[in-house]
Design a protein around this ligand. Structure first.
Ligand code: CA
Ligand code: CA
Ligand code: CA
Ligand code: CA
Length: 287
């Protein structure tokens, strides 16, 4: 389904926050006060990859400082350099997530073992997804300056405006990625041809995922101020604290996205109901 190939993007969108712990049932969550700042424009969704094709996503990080991918239990491989944006996805349709980075400085996609192609330019947001439903990830960027989606070989579509956050997902279950943005200024989701729905508020982080396993992406935001996931029509779940990074993944292979956060301060993954495991360190990007 689309979720397995929808990938990645950009910059950790962490505003300056004060964290009041502990919260929820994550016993391992320490009390902490953290101040983390990073670019918050562009798309902050993190999507876990299935790097061995077993139907469950792996716990993995990409380390900008040495360009290395650390995929737990499977492999460590160098691919990419600092400044790149990881864009792991299944580009050849074999159901295995491919190692890939997009380089803003030259707008080039480097997909390991497959191809190198120039597409996009600095300032664009990579929005890899499966836009034509052939089960292969398509090379695509969204350009904040003109709100345009450029999907290589398939389409150029204006949808959204500067300040929006593109959220790659399949919201109507037709196995094709939909052109969708979430607008922080009014908390509204705009899914082209499908729906316009207010859900969330400024400061929230939109999350792509299918939490009920109906093969449709659910409108979801994670709120740093209270560590709460708001999945429209499905659930409200407290999981995580302010400086965490929400990660979309199906870690047990049941076709449902888990509530998962990765904590830069201790490198811990908190996968609700499944596991807590240390993997990665501050500065890494969950992939
Ligand atoms: Ca495709
Ligand atoms: Ca769709
Ligand atoms: Ca769903
Ligand atoms: Ca799952």
């Amino acid at each position: 389904m689309a979720m397995s190939i929808c990938r990645k993007s950009v910059v950790a969108a962490i505003a300056t926050v004060a964290v009041i712990g502990p919260v929820g049932t994550a016993a391992a969550q320490p009390d902490e006060i953290e101040t983390t700042s990073a670019a918050s424009e562009s798309s902050p969704q993190r999507v876990a990859g299935d790097f061995n094709g077993d139907g469950a996503t792996e716990i993995a990080v990409w380390r900008p400082s040495n360009g290395t991918w650390y995929v737990r239990g499977l492999f460590t491989v160098q691919w990419g350099v600092a400044g790149d944006i990881p864009v792991a996805a299944d580009y050849n349709g074999d159901s295995i997530t491919d190692i890939a980075v997009w380089r803003p400085s030259n707008g080039t996609w480097y997909v390991r073992g497959q191809f190198t192609v120039q597409w996009g330019t600095g300032g664009d947001v990579p929005v890899v997804g499966d836009y034509n439903g052939d089960n292969r990830a398509d090379v695509a960027v969204w350009r904040p300056s003109n709100g345009t989606w450029y999907v290589r070989g398939l389409a150029t579509v204006q949808w959204g405006t500067g300040g929006d956050i593109p959220v790659v997902g399949d919201y109507n279950g037709d196995n094709r990625t939909d052109y969708t943005v979430w607008r922080p200024s009014n908390g509204t989701w705009y899914a082209r041809g499908i729906a316009t729905v207010q859900w969330g508020t400024g400061g929230d982080i939109p999350v792509t995922g299918d939490f009920n396993g109906d093969n449709r992406s659910d409108l979801t935001v994670w709120r740093p101020s209270n560590g709460t996931w708001y999945v429209r029509g499905i659930a409200t779940v407290q999981w995580g604290v302010g400086a965490d990074i929400p990660v979309s993944g199906d870690f047990n292979g049941d076709n449902r996205t888990e509530y998962t956060v990765w904590r830069p301060s201790n490198g811990n993954w908190y996968v609700r109901g499944i596991t807590t495991v240390q993997w990665g360190t501050g500065g890494d990007i969950p992939v």
